[in-house]
Structure formats: structure tokens, C-alpha cells
Write a protein that binds this ligand. Sequence first.
Ligand SMILES: [Zn+2]
Length: 176
Amino acid sequence: MAIREIVLFGDERLRERAVEIDVKNKGWQGDAKDLVDTLIHLKERFGFGNALAAPQIGSTYRMIAFNGSMGTFLAINPIITWRSEDMFPLWDDCFSLPSASAAVMRHREISFECMDETGQPIRFPRLSGDQAQLVQHEVDHLDGILMVDRLVSPGAIIAREMMGRAVHPSLRQAAA
Ligand SMILES: [Zn+2]
């Protein structure tokens, strides 16, 4: 079991597009195990952590470990196949920017597909709410996109400890 250090905002590895996995080629499996181990460790240590994308442990493969309301599984080559036009603002956070919360725009509903470790398809025909926003956040990581690229307005980022406290009116409106 290997727990990896989380790659932080500013590191260029978070800005690269992760590469598709060929499940028959075993090269990705070591990183996959470390990704799952690291997510479990984060949840034990901090009490939260529903997902972690491979670039966050410095891996270049297209995979996400989930450990939350969608189940506990490894998503290989995940794709969002449909996005609702309707979008909504919410407060987001990220292990790679540990002390900040950002008000971002996300699609309200999505369709999501991926493979398991054996190449079998896993399909989520319709996700909404927390699950939809989580998948959008994690798939963005695989394309080198971070929550600071999705802000509802420039500057819509606060110290996480300010959550629930008085914030500027523009932010209250943006992500109530
Ligand atoms: Zn993140």
C-alpha cells in the first residue's frame, strides 16, 4: 500500500491532459492501487473525500477513484456523455487547493460512463446534485481543468474557514 503526496495547485502536472488507459496493458495498475489507497487514507485522516483523480497523485492516466454515495470503485477512461443546459452555482473544494473554497458553475445533470478494471462498462444514465458536480470536478482534472477555471465571477474564491461566515454580497448571490 502506497499513499502518495497530493499534487497541489501551481504544479504543472495538474494542467496536463491525462492519457487513455488500455486495460490490457498493465502499466497503469500500480498507479490505480496508489490512487485508491491515497483516497482511503484521506477519508480516514480528514473524514471526507469522495473522489480523487489520477493527476492529483502525479499519475498521467485517465482514472478516478470514487468512495462516496456513487459507490466505491475505480473509473477508467471516464466520459461525460451528456450535460444539461441548466447550470447552477455551488461552493466547491479540492484536495489540491486545501485551504480554499471556490464558487463555481456546474451543469445540473449529466450522463456519465466509464470502465472498470476489466474493461466492463459502468454507466450512470442520469446524475444530479452532489454526484453530478463531483463527476464534473473530477473529469475536469483529467483534462487539466481546475475549479479556479469555472468561477462564477473573477475572484469567487475564499479561504475555506470563511465558509458559513460573512462573505461579499456578490458571492452570496452567486452560490447561496
Ligand atoms: Zn480537485
